[in-house]
Ligand binder design. Structure first.
Ligand SMILES: [Cu+2]
Length: 153
């Protein structure tokens, strides 16, 4: 009895495809701070907003976000498209408002009041306009604490 090479190949492709979908994100990946071309300063405000509300990024660019919590309550900065933001919001709700709001994808930082944290991200060549940043402390995202990455040059 011989195995069908075609079947094995297609199963392998299926497996690889599934892993690729879960492991590598289409919205980019964490990068070393030393690879960043520039640093973007962002302030997290108790008024449930980020300043600025949009950041222009070039396709494929590596950017360090230096986020300062200028408020008196905790905030976070989660980078990702709408589905990632939804997941973060759901995880935070499940966790009862604890620190379950983000995964270990290297796409999130939490800032205590007065604290500054950095996150370096390598953006994809395409789809930059779908990427958002949001805070998922209870009520913050729904209250408008979000911003958008826009495609720049
Ligand atoms: Cu917040």
């Amino acid at each position: 009895m011989t195995r069908s090479p075609a079947l094995v190949t297609s199963l392998l492709a299926l497996l690889l495809g599934a892993c690729g979908g879960a492991g590598t994100s289409s919205y980019g990946e964490p990068a070393e701070a030393s690879d960043a071309a520039r640093t973007v300063e962002i302030e997290a405000l108790d008024e449930l907003a980020f300043d600025p509300e949009t950041v222009a990024v070039a396709p494929g660019e590596v950017v360090t976000f230096r986020v300062t919590n200028v408020g008196e309550i905790e905030h976070e900065f989660v980078l990702g498209p709408e589905d990632v933001q939804s997941d973060a919001e759901a995880a935070m709700a499940d966790d009862g408002g604890g620190h379950g709001g983000h995964g270990d994808q290297g796409n999130a930082i939490v800032m205590a009041p007065g604290e500054t944290a950095e996150l370096t991200w390598r953006f994809p060549e395409e789809g930059i306009g779908d990427i958002l940043y949001g805070c998922h402390l209870p009520g913050h995202y729904a209250g408008g604490m979000r911003g958008g990455i826009v495609a720049g040059s």
